[in-house]
Write a protein that binds this ligand. Structure first.
Ligand code: ATP
Length: 354
């Protein structure tokens, strides 16, 4: 098990900066997600932690030891690739044994450890089968087996479920998480899928254009996004953004949109000019008496809830409400927002005022 800390780590490829100066800590035993859109630098960050890429500057610590310039082989970690590279001409037992045999571990111990891994992954009955004929899921388990048999300090996984179809992907995600909970080894996992990150992660780093936008617990990131980018990237449908011109000061407890006052959590920062009020779809209520109005453009039935798209004076928004509420396109409804969860964003990068 291991604590991993990166400090001001930066990576340049020629004149292109793939990762801007980044710092965060992964605590011992955490299941840690590196999340962001394609090209944001998450794979490069993972590869630097694993020792497959050297940082241009900054430090990487594993259990307090600076390892930034050490190769992967000296970091006692295991990397699980998306394309599970197995040796096709060997059977399952041999594939899992291989890393130990090549390290010179005695054969009797190899046998015991392979049995133990097979039990954890529930693959005892396929140990003597050739990997060529295995299903995708079993191949994935064997690849994991090969990674965990070495008992490394930490696991690094780059979109390990990316090649699987949706249903199976969900199943394997649950298995991976359960496996982590049984073994307790620090795991760093790259994904561009915000739902996967929210469901599996103890903590999440959200990256964009090589910059760490936010780092925290899934619930913190969902409830208190630090930037407009995070607010937009996390959640489906994503947060609504109502733009308005105005001024808020330290201690402000409301904003005024289209002449209507909305209570917000008390601000400790101020801003003026073009501001954005962020409202999650599930924090909007319909209320006949509410003076702020929206015209229903469309409804989308989702079983117990429905997504209602509305036109307001500050732009189109989506509300997630109970399907028991009857709404029709064309009608005008009063809107209330849950004041505890409203976020005001300001400035060029759209940082949240807190
Ligand atoms: P994806 O999910 O698409 O892999 P990512 O967030 O993991 O995206 P990276 O693979 O880290 O992103 O790449 C970040 C940026 O760095 C991209 O623009 C990529 O083209 C660039 N990049 C990555 N590796 C190299 C390299 N060896 N040489 C030059 N540019 C690179």
């Amino acid at each position: 098990m291991a604590q991993i800390r990166i400090e001001n780590v930066r990576k340049e490829f020629g004149s292109f900066t793939a990762v801007q100066s980044s710092s965060f800590t992964i605590e011992d035993g955490e299941f840690f997600m590196l999340l962001g859109p394609s090209g944001c630098g998450k794979t490069t960050t993972l590869r630097m932690m694993a020792g497959l890429e050297l940082p241009t500057s900054g430090e990487i610590y594993i259990d307090g030891e600076e390892v930034g310039m050490k190769p992967a082989s000296q970091r006692d970690i295991a990397f699980v690739f998306q394309m599970f590279a197995l040796y096709p001409h060997m059977n399952v037992r041999r594939n899992i044994s291989y890393p130990l045999l090549s390290q010179g571990v005695p054969k009797t111990e190899v046998r015991t450890r392979v049995q133990e891994v097979a039990r954890i992954l529930k693959i005892q009955d396929i140990l003597d089968k050739p990997v060529g004929g295995l299903s995708g899921g079993d191949r994935q388990r064997v690849a994991l087996g090969r990674a965990i048999v070495r008992r490394p300090k930490a696991f690094f996984m780059d979109e390990p479920l990316g090649a699987l179809d949706a249903e199976f992907r969900e199943h394997m995600a649950e298995e991976l998480r359960a496996l982590h909970d049984r073994m307790g080894a620090t795991t760093v996992y790259v994904t561009h899928d915000q739902l996967e990150a929210m469901q599996m992660g103890d903590k999440i780093v959200v990256m964009n254009h090589g910059v760490v936008e936010q780092f925290g617990l899934p619930q913190q990131i969902y409830d208190w996004p630090a930037t407009l980018f995070v607010a937009n990237f996390i959640g489906s449908p994503s947060m609504n953004f109502l733009e308005f011109d105005g001024m808020v000061g330290i201690g402000s407890d409301h904003v005024t949109l289209d002449g209507h006052r909305f209570a917000i959590p008390v601000l400790r920062q101020g801003a003026e000019g073009r501001l954005t009020l962020g409202v999650r779809p599930e924090h909007i209520r319909f209320s006949d008496a509410a003076p702020y109005r929206g015209r229903v453009i469309a409804t989308e039935y989702l079983g117990t809830t429905q997504i209602v798209t509305l036109k307001t004076a500050n732009g189109d928004i989506k509300a997630r409400i109970s399907s028991a509420v009857s709404v029709k396109a064309g009608e005008t409804v009063g809107l209330e927002f849950d004041s505890r969860t409203l976020t005001v964003f300001a400035g060029e990068r759209g940082h949240a005022l807190v």
